[in-house]
Design a protein around this ligand. Structure first.
Ligand SMILES: Nc1ncnc2c1ncn2[C@@H]1O[C@H](COP(=O)(O)OP(=O)(O)O)[C@@H](O)[C@H]1O
Ligand SMILES: [Mg+2]
Length: 503
């Protein structure tokens, strides 16, 4: 017998023994600690010397906690279960895993909690896989500038504040100014597209979330949407992780080369949930009692929305912030304004005057979407912006003066017509071709002779007829081709005939 081969046989036997011992050891040496205190949504744990930040802990009763603070003598843990029966002295175990959530197609048309568990009373689903809730944002090298529009179906936004796929656009305003309405309409407008939507509700009442779900269902937009809800009644830890979990669900689609739209409604509440956790865990408070890393928690969240170079997929983020007394200089709003690529500012004054959507165009901006806007918008949008901003100034001024010259009067009348055209009901999203028709009509003065009260019906009539009247020009508009000068003139003539015929 060859002595070498004997050796190798002995080696193998030895190896297999150590392996089996290792796996047995693995089972035996699971680190165990003890709960020192349990508070509102948090707990402190002693022991577990090797535990790492963001690791999941499992308690005696099976409920979960997230390691958040690593102090010298104890660990601060965020509790993640609604039902937990734990007490000081109970055991806490390491899992050596980070928090993950299910992702995949199966979540579409479902309502889930911040851990991805269904809360709609329907059957369990089979996830494509599980991904970590906290993930690194893609490096700059892997990002691409936005080049495709994300049509919201809201004329004011698509024409004057265009959003591109992969952009982060903040929606902010006082309560009851139509913030959620804009977000929901943007989701509804994706119903005939390939865009997947995720609506992440943070700190809302259950009834509010139910209303959103039923609005989406009524408008045939729920089947392509995931609703993630961390309502005001769930532990504050779940409210804190909700937006990260929702983002992970969107990233799954983005990384596959698909386009996702994610709404965070709202991050004011998220910041408050985080402040509560931080204060409970005795992190030192800073400005407005928020912990020092409050900027970072939102920056690292929104950095994950982008347009990927390799897969070509994107995630567009519309975070919502609720201001108080229109104060956009408060801590959280200023942070978010600096993190995002622009903001849509909703004004309670406009809302009160029934100018809906109550978007204050002068205070709103979209810094990157212009590059992605369909070419057909460009000329009409620019004229519209100019005419409208002049109008706003003139209208304010004309209140103090009764004698106005011909030209000023004309501008004011044109401005009023623009405002009529831009006003839009909820759940009545407007497609690209109809939007272009309305813009061309108003900037070419086709509504100038009409009474203000006739503008709405005239717009409706145009919207109903334009697609068939335009023929192949409507395909051109939709596919992002520029209209030639003579084509635009043809559109104006078609629209003029429509107005003349009916009004
Ligand atoms: N464009 C609109 N047309 C008509 N009603 C609207 C419009 N936008 C919002 N609303 C109504 O205004 C109210 C407040 O809107 P909501 O989106 O809930 O405000 P917020 O989210 O800012 O608190 C709701 O009743 C909503 O239906
Ligand atoms: Mg709202």
């Amino acid at each position: 017998m060859n002595p070498d081969s004997t050796l190798s046989v002995i080696d193998q036997v030895f190896e297999s023994i150590t392996k089996s011992q290792e796996s047995r050891l693995d089972l035996i040496i699971r680190e165990k600690g003890n709960i020192r205190s349990v508070g509102e949504g948090i707990a402190t744990v002693g022991g577990l010397p090797n535990v790492v930040t963001d690791e999941l802990l499992k308690f005696e009763d099976g409920s979960l906690g997230l390691v958040y603070n690593l102090d010298e003598h104890e660990i601060g843990v965020i509790l993640l279960d609604e039902e937990q029966h734990i007490d000081a002295g109970d055991e806490a175990f390491r899992t050596e895993r980070v928090l993950g959530v299910p992702v995949g197609e199966a979540l579409l048309g479902r309502v889930v909690d911040a851990l991805g568990r269904p809360i709609d009373g329907k059957a369990a689903f089979r996830a494509a896989t599980y991904l970590a809730v906290e993930r690194e944002s893609p490096p700059i090298m892997n990002r691409q500038s936005v080049d495709t529009p994300l049509q919201t179906g809201i004329l004011t936004i698509d024409a004057l504040l265009p959003i591109g796929r992969g952009q982060r656009e903040l929606i902010l305003g006082d309560r009851q100014t139509g913030k959620t309405a804009i977000a929901i309409d943007s989701i509804i407008n994706q119903r005939d597209t390939d865009v997947i939507s995720i609506y992440c509700a943070i700190g809302k009442q259950r009834a509010e979330v139910n209303r959103v779900v039923s609005d989406l269902q009524k408008n045939d937009a729920f089947e392509n949407t995931i609703v993630l809800s961390a309502s005001s009644s769930v532990p504050v830890g779940l409210q804190y992780i909700a937006p990260y979990a929702a983002t992970t669900m969107g990233e799954y689609f983005m990384e596959q080369g698909r386009d996702a739209l994610i709404i965070y409604d709202d991050l004011t509440w998220h910041a408050r949930a985080y402040r509560e956790l931080a204060l409970l865990l005795r992190r030192p408070p800073g400005r407005e009692a928020f912990p020092g890393d409050i900027f970072h928690i939102h920056a690292r969240l929104l950095e994950r929305s982008t347009h990927l170079k390799e897969s070509g997929g994107s995630m567009t983020a519309l975070p919502i912030i609720e201001t108080q007394g229109q104060d956009i200089a408060a801590f959280i709003p200023t942070n978010l304004i600096s993190i995002t690529d622009g903001q849509i500012f909703l004004s309670p004054d406009l809302f009160q005057k029934d100018v809906l959507p109550a978007i204050d165009i002068g205070k709103s901006v979209s810094r990157v979407g212009g590059a992605a806007q369909l070419p057909a918008y460009r000329i009409a949008s620019e004229e519209l912006r100019l005419a409208y901003s002049q109008f706003e100034e003139l209208e304010a001024f004309s209140r103090f003066s009764s004698r106005l010259d011909e030209d000023t009067l004309h501008r004011i009348e044109r401005g009023r017509r623009i405002r009529e055209v831009l006003s839009q009901d909820q759940f009545d999203t407007i497609d690209v071709v109809q939007q272009i028709a309305l813009l061309i009509a108003v900037t070419n003065g086709l509504f100038d002779e009409l009474d203000l009260s006739q503008i709405k019906p005239a717009c409706r009539m145009m919207r109903n007829n334009i697609e068939s009247e335009l023929g192949n020009m409507s395909t051109k508009i939709k596919e992002g081709e520029k209209l030639e000068k003579n084509e635009e003139e043809r559109v104006v003539n078609i629209l003029r005939k429509l107005v003349d015929k009916k009004f």
